[in-house]
Structures are given as C-alpha cells and as structure tokens.
Design a protein around this ligand. Structure first.
Ligand code: MHF
Ligand code: KIV
Ligand code: MG
Length: 263
C-alpha cells in the first residue's frame, strides 16, 4: 500500500511523526522505501551532494526529471516529492509546465517550490489542476546568494511574516510545508496552526515530521554537513540499519535533539 496525501494528513492530525528523506537514484530509493520512510524528497540538494556543485542553483529541470524517474523505479511505497529547481518557477505558466514534466515524465506525486508571497498564485494554479504542492519556507537554498545560509524568523517581525506566509500557502492550496532552519518554538506554532503536515529540517522536534539529506545521515557528504544533521552510520552496521535507526528515532522523537540546530 502506497502512502497517500490523506494518510499524511491523518498522521499530522494524530501527531504521529512523518519520516522523510531525500533520495536521488533507484537503489537508495528502494532501501529508503523498504525502511518505511513515508516521504521521499527528490531534492535539488542533488546539485551539491551528487553533482558536486557549491549550491543548488545550477540544477536543471531535465536533471530533476531524470533523478525523479530513477527514484520512482526504486520506490515501492513512499509519497514522492520533487523539487522545482532554481528558475523553473518564475511565472505561473512556466511553473505549470515545469510541474507537468516532474509529474508526467518523472512520476512525482507532488512538487515543492521555495518561497512565500512570490509563489502564492502559482500554488493556486497548480492546486486547481489537481497537482499537489509542497511549500518551503525559512532558509531558502535557491536564494543563498542573496541571504546566505542563516536561521530565519529570529525576530518578531520576520516570525510574524513566516506565520502569515505559511497560512497563505495553505489557503492557496498547498498540501504540505517544509520549514528549514526556523526556531523550534516558531516551527511548533506554525505546525499547530496549520491543518496540513509540516516537515521540519533544522527546525526542532515539534513539526509533523522530519527530513534530512540522505548523504548527511549516512555520513558520506564531502566537507561539512549542516549542524542540524546527524550521521546515523556511527551507531549502525549497514546502510539499511542506519535507515532503520533514523526512522525509529524520528518516530520516538529522539531525533532531532536540542543540539541539532544551526546558530
Ligand atoms: N548536504 C546538504 N545538506 C543539506 O541539508 C542541504 C544541502 N546539502 N543542500 C541544500 C540545502 C542547503 N542547506 C544548508 C546548507 C548549509 C547550511 C550551513 O552551512 N549551516 C551552517 C551555518 C551557516 C553559517 O553560519 O554560515 C552550520 O553550521 O550548519 C545549512 C543548510 C540545507 N540543504
Ligand atoms: C533540504 C531539503 C528540504 C531540500 O529542499 C533538498 O534536499 O533539496
Ligand atoms: Mg531543495
């Protein structure tokens, strides 16, 4: 039985933790799915951890389609989200065409796009077509050249703005939301306010679920992994064992602990 949007919404309502991981190819998608991970994200982070770029900006829509295809050949049960890459979502029309390719050619179940106010009309248009949309607020890696990698929503003005954007995304038809590097208390407030699942990364333990970059949790990221991540291989005897530990620690609210945050 494959994971559905209605199952994920029920888990959010029942406060059962949703486990999410990135994957970029068929073999890893197979083992991530076999571990019982509910959501696989084909993240544009592949530009950094697979392609070796310094940021996610060079990733193309063709490359996202290709990786989504590979992931969906290996994925047996997880809900699959594919990222719209940088500059593939600049107008409503372009966003529709890009999302169509990720769904039709890639076989994604849902598309994710970064931003708040900027993307509201596109979210409405996709939603009206029956395309499930995941929002992404907080640290926006596609805007790194402008803002850097920093915690967002630290002062009361930017916190209020984040809450407003989260509600606006939901009202525009978003069915899920990723919160990246947002203070834990703000992430809790947004999660409690929304009736769609909120998946956190570097945002504390009080979201509906957690996501990590697969390479970080397997300890194979070259150079520094973000401070909010955790290498599950250190307590494991195989990749499959590390995936099982990640699933059980998210479910039991052991991961993330208070140390898994960036300053
Ligand atoms: N390997 C990897 N893991 C990720 O979680 C990830 C990616 N890549 N690529 C896409 C985005 C970018 N993300 C990032 C990338 C870097 C930091 C980072 O460098 N954090 C520093 C503090 C930043 C600073 O102060 O300059 C840290 O201490 O963790 C955070 C999130 C999250 N995503
Ligand atoms: C870090 C997650 C949320 C992401 O967008 C990615 O992997 O590209
Ligand atoms: Mg991404």
């Amino acid at each position: 039985m494959s994971v559905t949007l209605s199952k994920l919404k029920k888990m959010h309502q029942a406060k059962q933790k949703i486990v999410c991981l990135t994957a970029y190819d068929a073999s890893f998608a197979h083992w991530v799915s076999a571990a019982g991970v509910e959501v696989i994200l084909v993240g544009d982070s592949l530009g950094m951890v697979v392609q070796g770029h310094a940021t996610t900006l060079p990733v193309t829509l063709d490359e996202m389609v290709y990786h989504t295809q590979m992931v969906q050949r290996g994925n047996e049960q997880a809900w699959c989200i594919a990222d719209l890459p940088f500059m593939s979502d600049t107008t409503i029309e372009q966003t529709m065409q890009s999302a169509a390719r990720l769904m039709k050619e890639g076989g994604a179940n849902m598309v994710k796009l970064e931003g708040g106010v900027r993307v509201l009309q596109s979210v409405s248009a996709l939603s009206a077509l029956g395309i499930p949309v995941c929002g992404h607020l907080g640290l926006l890696p596609q805007s790194v050249e402008k803002y850097g990698y920093k915690v967002q929503g630290k002062d009361s003005v930017s916190a209020k703005q984040l809450v407003n954007e989260a509600v606006a995304l939901q009202d525009s038809g978003a069915e899920m939301l990723v919160l990246e590097c947002v203070p834990a208390e703000l992430a809790r407030e947004i999660t409690d306010l929304l009736n769609i699942p909120v998946i956190g990364i570097g945002s504390g333990k009080n979201t509906s679920g957690q996501v990590l970059v697969l390479n970080d949790m397997l300890g194979i990221t070259v150079g520094k992994s973000p401070k909010f991540s955790k290498n599950f291989m250190l307590q494991s005897t195989s990749i499959q064992d590390a995936l099982a530990h990640y699933v059980s620690e998210v479910k039991a609210e052991i991961f993330p602990s208070d140390t898994h945050v960036i300053a």
